[in-house]
Design a protein around this ligand. Structure first.
Ligand code: PLP
Length: 365
């Protein structure tokens, strides 16, 4: 909810869309307009398919990658989340780079047998996997700025290294920007970090608070998707008129860039305030921030992967979380979640949050 709840322009767009109809089983003009806005903002996305959630987007991108490469295996990183598609629900094993085992009951081992995992930011582990199995790997899926283990940015040259390995071995690089797309900047993490993926998945912001997802890439790759190509994917409610109306209006508001400079200021003020107060109490705290996304860890930084998040003081996080909640401030409930600042957060909200934070940390000493 990058603009906060019920922004008037989005509400108005929804009202207008409702008067026309909620589903037509055919593409609508506003669906095409949203697709064009996405294409214009994210240059690697020449063609885009709208779906109903981030989960659908990553599942479909994986099918496409497997379909075009004729390979089954893919690599994901420990601590990255790509929705609840069976083959993504994988726990890392004990080695640096491992074969996946299911992380949820109900996911058969056969389904995750082709999921490889490596620690985030560990290019050497990825190089090892490619050296051994490169010709079998269809794709590397990565959150270019990881947001599902708190916020963990890529270390220097990590994404560039993934790009190079994928090129050398004929695998596709997929940036899962469901969280970072239109969030860390208008063109997403790929714009900020200047690394180009083959496929991009989107969700969240592009639906303006309604259910949506999208995946896209070059015209050549996306032309492999049905009905133009043989890789099947379809959805009754995809490109839903209400979701695209909310999404299109949200992107229209974001396009002028002012929202992002406001978010940068607010998020910076929040991060500085949280750190200053922790310093006063001599409590080790690391904040990793990209734009309006913040990772808050009770540990000495930097935090580069899930193992380091695991090692942070998560019990302290839980205590502080409940004390904030008791004071009417509702942050994400664990160190594995990213904090998001919205355009609706102003001086007053930041001030109240810092006050509550001070009183929560005071009880730690
Ligand atoms: N990919 C990323 C990076 C996500 O953060 C999420 C959800 O948090 C998903 C995919 C799944 O999206 P959804 O919950 O819309 O299915």
């Amino acid at each position: 909810m990058i603009l906060g709840h019920r922004p008037p322009a989005v509400e108005e767009a929804l009202r207008r869309a409702l008067e026309i109809g909620t589903v037509f089983g055919a593409p609508s003009r506003s669906e095409v307009e949203l697709a064009e806005r996405i294409r214009d903002a994210v240059p690697t996305v020449e063609m885009v398919r709208l779906v109903n959630s981030g989960t659908e987007a990553t599942m479909s991108a994986l099918r496409l990658a497997r379909g075009v490469t004729g390979r089954n295996r893919f690599l994901k990183f420990d601590g990255c989340y790509h929705g609840h598609g069976d083959s993504f629900l994988v726990a890392a094993g004990s080695g640096a780079a491992t074969l996946g085992v299911p992380s949820s009951p109900g996911v058969p081992e056969a389904v995750t047998a082709d999921t490889l995992t490596a620690p985030f930011n560990d290019l050497a582990a990825v190089e090892g996997l490619f050296a051994e199995k490169g010709h079998e790997i269809a794709a590397v899926f990565v959150e270019p700025v990881a947001g599902n283990m708190g916020l963990v940015p890529p270390v220097e040259r990590f994404l560039e290294g993934l790009r190079r390995l994928c090129d050398e071995h004929g695998a596709l690089l997929v940036f899962d920007e469901v969280m970072t797309g239109f969030r860390v900047s208008f063109g997403g993490a790929q714009e900020l970090l200047e690394v180009e993926p083959d496929l991009t998945t989107l969700g969240k912001v592009i639906g303006g608070g309604l259910p949506i997802g999208a995946y896209g890439g070059s015209r050549d790759l996306m032309s492999e998707v049905a009905p133009a190509g043989p890789v099947y994917q379809a959805g009754t409610l995809s490109g839903n008129p209400l979701a695209v109306a909310a999404g299109r209006t949200t992107l229209e508001i974001l396009a002028d860039g002012e929202v992002y400079s406001g978010l940068e200021t607010t998020a910076g003020r929040l991060a500085d305030g949280l750190l200053e107060i922790a310093e006063e109490f001599e409590i080790p705290l690391t904040i990793q921030r990209r734009g309006s996304m913040l990772g808050i860890f009770f540990a000495e930084g930097p935090i580069r992967n899930k193992e380091e998040v695991d090692a942070s003081d998560r019990e302290r996080f839980a205590r502080v979380f409940h004390r904030l909640l008791d004071q009417g401030v509702h942050p994400p409930p664990s160190a594995y979640e990213t904090w998001f600042v919205s355009a609706a957060h102003g001086e007053e909200e930041i001030g109240r949050t810092l006050e509550a934070w001070r009183s929560a940390l005071a009880k730690e000493t």
